[in-house]
Design a protein around this ligand. Structure first.
Ligand code: NDP
Length: 262
């Protein structure tokens, strides 16, 4: 079900996310950092999940310096975490808050850009694990907390190559197709019986370390910085996204309209 809102043009009101607890993976850099800051600026309490604690601490400091609520730092390496560690994160949030209002699966691994014929099998497994299996596993342990919230939102990160395959994007593209499928399955399972909504967001080409790795010859200014694309995230993670589930949403105008590739 999709509402008539246009998330990328959404303007969240000041304090719109107040009272919401939002967990974000890969919150230490790139898009995850920008969305964490934007959520906190709009009143949310954020749980910063990531594998590099020093980066999470920097984001923590930035949020506090901007006047946001003190975040929670939750170290989690999605590639190496055991089931016990996933459980411990959920248990920690459950004990302290008893609910979770938003879960943004943002962390991602690019892997190699190479033909399927030559794609390294162990690397393929790592990319699929971080981008798909770990996001599924984290969602699974968080579901009781999401159900306990009055209006919870789960947001998975897709990509243009997760909607239309492109040569040499290998495991990354396939993992994003899987994410689109996971969103459809989970949204269908939860609609009607819970208030938990589940959607996918495609950030579009954005100035981050991953973008630089994928397009080393591109001028950084050719794509917007992460801070410029947070509107759709705020919409879908907050009350603006009510009534939208099972959708796949763009954070930016289509790449063709901007003259870039995403
Ligand atoms: P970045 O490389 O800047 O950020 C990726 C984040 O994922 C980092 O915080 C990184 O942590 C984290 N991460 C990677 N591996 C793990 C792991 N094993 N455990 C925990 N965290 C991990 O990329 P972006 O900000 O660009 O990417 C964010 C999302 O947006 C990704 O899902 C990506 O696929 C998607 N996307 C990005 C586009 C773009 O143009 N930038 C376009 C389309 C989709 P650390 O910093 O510690 O390495």
């Amino acid at each position: 079900m999709t509402s008539t809102i246009e998330p990328r043009l959404y303007r969240a009101a000041p304090g719109e996310l107040a009272g919401r607890l939002i967990a974000i993976t890969g919150a230490g850099s790139g898009i995850g950092r920008a969305v964490a800051l934007a959520c906190a600026t709009h009143g949310a309490e954020v749980v910063l999940l990531g594998r590099t604690v020093a980066k999470l601490e920097r984001v923590y400091d930035e949020i506090v310096a901007a006047g946001g609520a003190e975040p929670v730092i939750a170290p989690l390496d999605l590639e190496k975490a055991t089931a016990k560690e996933f459980d411990a994160i959920a248990a920690g949030i459950g004990t302290r808050y008893g609910r979770l209002d938003g879960l943004l699966h943002n962390a991602g691994l690019l892997g190699d850009l190479s033909p399927i014929e030559h794609y390294d099998v162990p690397l393929w497994t790592r990319v699929m694990h971080v981008n798909v299996t770990a996001a599924f596993a984290l969602t699974q342990v968080m579901l009781p907390l999401l159900r306990a919230a009055p209006d919870a939102s789960v947001l998975f990160t897709s990509s243009g190559v997760g909607r239309r395959g492109r040569a040499y994007w290998g495991a990354y593209a396939v993992s994003k197709f899987a994410i689109e499928g996971l969103v459809q399955v989970l949204a269908d399972e939860l609609s009607g019986t819970t208030s938990v909504r589940v959607n996918a967001i495609n950030p579009g080409g954005t100035r981050t370390a991953m973008r630089r790795a994928a397009y080393p010859a591109e001028m950084p200014e050719a794509v917007p910085p992460p801070e410029a694309i947070t509107a759709a995230y705020l919409c879908l993670l907050g009350p603006g996204g009510r009534g939208t589930t099972g959708a796949t949403v763009d954070a930016q105008a289509p790449a063709a309209a901007r003259g870039t590739v995403s």
